[in-house]
Design a binder for this molecule. Sequence first.
Ligand SMILES: NC(=O)c1ccc[n+]([C@@H]2O[C@H](COP(=O)([O-])OP(=O)(O)OC[C@H]3O[C@@H](n4cnc5c(N)ncnc54)[C@H](OP(=O)(O)O)[C@@H]3O)[C@@H](O)[C@H]2O)c1
Length: 158
Amino acid sequence: MEPKSLITTRYGATSTADDIVRGADLSGRHALVTGASSGIGAETARALASAGAAVTLAVRNVDAGLAVADSIAAATGRSRPQVRALDLADPDSVASLVSQWDSPLDILVNNAGLVAGASTGARRRCGALGCDLGGGGARRGSGRWVQPRGQGGGRLAG
Ligand SMILES: NC(=O)c1ccc[n+]([C@@H]2O[C@H](COP(=O)([O-])OP(=O)(O)OC[C@H]3O[C@@H](n4cnc5c(N)ncnc54)[C@H](OP(=O)(O)O)[C@@H]3O)[C@@H](O)[C@H]2O)c1
């Protein structure tokens, strides 16, 4: 039996979100980024918007999400991302967003979560599934989001 070839990528540890979207035209594509009120999620959302995607920021802290949406619009000159409340540790919150979503979903970035090993004291919050000490609570919630929407050959990254 022939050995399976390894998956390869032209990206590496120093690649940026801009490297990933460079040359891509995401016009007409709908992207949802969880945990987009800060850090990697906000940067990923900015890069997707810069390539023309219609981006939705799904965030626990809506005020912070609105500020990120403003900064993305200013930085990219593109449409201001939508902001939706989402706590992935709360099944009701996930169900609410799923029920509100009425666009195609072309790109789902399951980014939300806490960095493993981080001191969570000030940022630790608990939902109906318990405290999300790491990515676990967020990953479980992401599954609830993907299952009803992921059929039909979508590609899941995160
Ligand atoms: N930075 C790294 O070196 C690194 C390395 C490996 C993996 N990662 C992963 O990359 C992702 C982003 O990391 P980051 O460094 O950008 O961290 P970050 O700045 O702390 O961002 C994490 C985001 O996730 C949100 N979040 C956490 N729990 C949530 C929940 N239950 N529901 C909805 N949103 C939730 C946070 O919202 P709040 O603002 O409301 O807390 C925040 O916006 C995480 O999944 C992390 O595990 C990061």
